[in-house]
Design a protein. Structure first.
Length: 85
């Protein structure tokens, strides 16, 4: 996949995941970064469990990246919540 495809996939997955996790979004830049990291995490998790990872710019890859971004967002909010205390 090209860099542009990773950015688009990360933005879509980050947006969907942020709406699922905290309902308001975290901002475009943070959604993009967490979505791209989530695509890598989702691809890693799916291949660990025997499924295909990110295969291109398609619905399945968006699902994989969104699952990974949700995991990343839960970890991010757990760490950011601890710093606020």
């Amino acid at each position: 996949m090209s860099i542009l495809a990773w950015i688009v996939l990360g933005l879509v997955a980050g947006f969907i995941a942020s709406k699922l996790v905290n309902r308001s979004g975290s901002g475009v830049v943070l959604d993009l970064l967490l979505g791209i990291v989530g695509a890598f995490v989702g691809g890693f998790l799916f291949t660990r469990f025997g499924a295909a990872g990110v295969t291109g710019l398609n619905i399945y890859s968006i699902l994989v990246a969104t699952v990974g971004a949700v995991v990343v967002l839960f970890i991010y909010h757990a760490l950011a919540g601890r710093r606020a205390l």
